[in-house]
Design a protein around this ligand. Structure first.
Ligand SMILES: Cc1ncc(C[n+]2csc(CCO)c2C)c(N)n1
Length: 224
């Protein structure tokens, strides 16, 4: 069995929770409170600023020019395509993009990005890929599912978001990352695979927490 197939089985219960989360459901049927979405977009912008750095670490840790080039393109795509969507939404909210960039991260955003950066900086290339894969894989799955809801991708406010994450382009990025992890794990001892599984599971759990944090607009409980 490919390592990605083993992971796919492992994450199914959490994945089902993601798809059923009221935040995700609300994007799909267009009923999500825009204030919750705005909170999400600001936190996601901060998240992506750190996530882009993981692709830069990928360039550093890659062993061949092709893989280096892929990570470099992913870095560029995140900064100039995915984050361009967020900048468009900032305009829709009538907010300057600098306001997104200078916002304070929530505890969940901090924990999630710092966990990935820790793994990416201190681990192997396989560790890094295991950490970043749930994010790409789960968004692609969610994008595709929401895109099947009649009219969802034409929704005046959430349609653009669905169109971006259900696109073939995003699917190919996720597929490349899955293949890379499968290549990097061929012949690895079980102890290494267990460590990678744990990393993958942790960021899968963080994906759920990110939806939940956004739905509840949860900042520091001590500041309330
Ligand atoms: C919390 C959170 N999780 C996943 C994504 C999706 N995502 C992040 S980077 C990337 C690939 C290249 O841009 C994709 C699909 C997100 N935006 N926010």
């Amino acid at each position: 069995m490919k390592f990605s197939e083993r992971l796919h089985k492992e994450l199914q219960p959490i994945w089902r929770k993601n798809h059923a989360h009221p935040f995700v459901k609300g994007i799909g049927d267009g009923t999500l409170d825009k204030e919750k979405f705005r909170f999400f977009m600001v936190q996601d912008y901060l998240y992506l600023m750190d996530y882009a750095k993981l692709f830069a670490i990928g360039v550093v840790k890659a062993k061949d020019v092709e893989t280096m080039g892929r990570f470099a393109r992913l870095l560029d795509g995140t900064l100039n395509e995915e984050m361009a969507l967020h900048r468009e939404y900032a305009k829709k909210f009538g907010v300057a993009e600098e306001e997104f960039e200078s916002a304070s991260p929530s505890p969940t955003t901090l924990a999630y990005t710092h966990y990935m950066l820790h793994v990416g900086q201190n681990g192997t290339l396989a560790d890094l890929v295991a950490a970043i894969l749930p994010c790409m894989w789960s968004y692609w799955e969610i994008g595709k599912e929401l895109n099947e809801i009649p009219g969802a991708s034409e929704h005046e406010f959430y349609g653009e978001w669905i169109q971006m994450y259900s696109s073939d382009e995003f699917g190919q990025l996720a597929e490349w990352c899955i293949e890379l992890l499968d290549e990097l794990t061929v012949g690895l001892p079980e102890a290494d695979l267990k460590r990678l599984e744990e990393i993958f599971l942790n960021t899968t759990r963080f994906e759920y927490m990110f939806w939940d944090m956004s739905y509840n607009q949860a900042m520091w409980p001590t500041d309330e």
